[in-house]
Design a protein around this ligand. Structure first.
Ligand code: HEM
Length: 337
């Protein structure tokens, strides 16, 4: 009888602990779920901004390609006034390929301008949930796009003055670079801590490609190819662009080589380095084809400008990821110490 009673007691005790155990695990699940939901809610603005930034990046790449097409098709002054075109939002009566290019270039630029204002506004509004640097970086991007708009206007009013055209492309590339830095810094990435000196190599390659692009813009805006072949003028500008190929080529090849020699490197960095190597080869091919054909094939010139921007973009993304890789390695060492 005694043993039956004790068995019943044990059973009751087990039932009670299981019930309270279930209650405890249910409570902790509930708390965890609440915490996850709160964390997801906090991540939302970051996610929205990251997506917006990548969209503006793509629109900027397209804008630069259209800008190049506008120049090579002699459409830079197809809309004689600014900011409207023939005094209208949509110049339906005057529309032809040249007017369309110049008009679409302005439309895309306006869309990017509005998106940059939204980016800046969102970054300041949600600043408590975002990295401290983000509102400042977005403000800088907005400043660049406002400056770009002023340069765009001056391009028309100053009748395509070469220094303004060059500064216009230089600022566009700087805006593109700023957005890529923001987008890459916000992208989830777990480094392997093996990047070593690669952030520096990437940075130097980016600076060289940026300078080479400015030289290219100078060649384009001064029509140096025509001037050189036609009257042996501005050949120095033309040939300095060809010679300017050397520094970025050496550094990009070194970057690809180092990546191949680093077995534990993050696959994303390896892929980006290979992509940079591929884009550089394509850019050299396009450059020589443009040169040999004396700018007669417009799509070649437009592709040369677009691939140049894509190469710069690839190097910038590589540099930021490599830097994050190094920073994560350093913080791991510090936490072990
Ligand atoms: C890293 C390599 C290079 C980069 C980043 C680069 C970049 C550029 C850029 C951004 C432009 C301005 C395009 C425009 O305003 O529409 C340009 C123009 C030009 N580039 Fe390059 N380039 C590179 C290599 C070369 C090479 C190897 C050649 C071979 C000759 C070349 C030939 C030209 C020519 C002829 C133009 C003038 C196009 C025009 O007048 O519309 N480029 N380049």
């Amino acid at each position: 009888m005694q043993s039956v009673r004790s068995v019943l007691k044990i059973e009751n005790f087990e039932r009670a602990t299981t019930k309270s155990g279930q209650k405890v695990s249910f409570m902790s699940e509930f708390v965890l779920q609440q915490q996850n939901e709160a964390a997801a809610e906090r991540q939302k603005p970051k996610e929205v901004i990251r997506r917006l930034v990548w969209k503006i990046c793509i629109a900027t790449l397209i804008l630069m390609a259209i800008g190049s097409a506008t120049r090579v098709m002699n459409a830079g002054l197809a809309c004689p006034d600014w900011p409207l075109c023939y005094g209208e939002l949509v110049p339906a009566k005057q529309m032809n390929l040249q007017v369309f290019l110049e008009w679409f270039h302005r439309l895309d630029a306006a869309l990017i301008g509005v998106s940059a204002i939204a980016l800046c506004g969102l970054s300041w509004w949600h600043r408590r949930l975002l990295p401290v640097w983000l509102p400042w970086a977005s403000t800088f991007a907005l400043f660049l796009i406002v400056f770009q708009g002023i340069l765009g206007g001056l391009t028309v009013t100053e009748l395509l003055r070469f220094d303004i055209v060059t500064a216009h492309l230089g600022t566009a590339l700087l805006f593109f670079t700023t957005l890529l830095i923001i987008g890459t810094a916000l992208t989830p990435y777990q480094g392997t801590g093996t990047a070593g000196k690669l952030p520096w190599v990437g940075l130097i390659a980016s600076v060289f490609v940026y300078l080479q692009s400015l030289l290219g813009a100078l060649v384009g805006s001064r029509w140096a190819v025509h001037q050189c072949f036609g009257g042996s003028q501005l050949c120095t500008v033309m040939y300095s662009h060809i010679a300017g190929l050397l520094p970025p080529t050496v550094v990009i090849l070194a970057m690809v080589f180092i990546c191949w020699r680093t077995p534990a490197l993050h696959p994303a960095l390896r892929r980006l380095a290979n992509m940079a190597g591929g884009l550089l080869s394509l850019q050299i091919l396009l450059g020589f084809a443009t040169f040999r054909l004396h700018l007669q094939v417009e799509p070649l010139t437009v592709s040369h400008q677009t691939v140049g921007a894509a190469l710069l973009g690839t190097l910038v993304v590589f540099t930021v990821l490599a830097l994050r890789d190094s920073v994560s390695a350093e913080s791991r060492v510090l936490s072990v110490e």
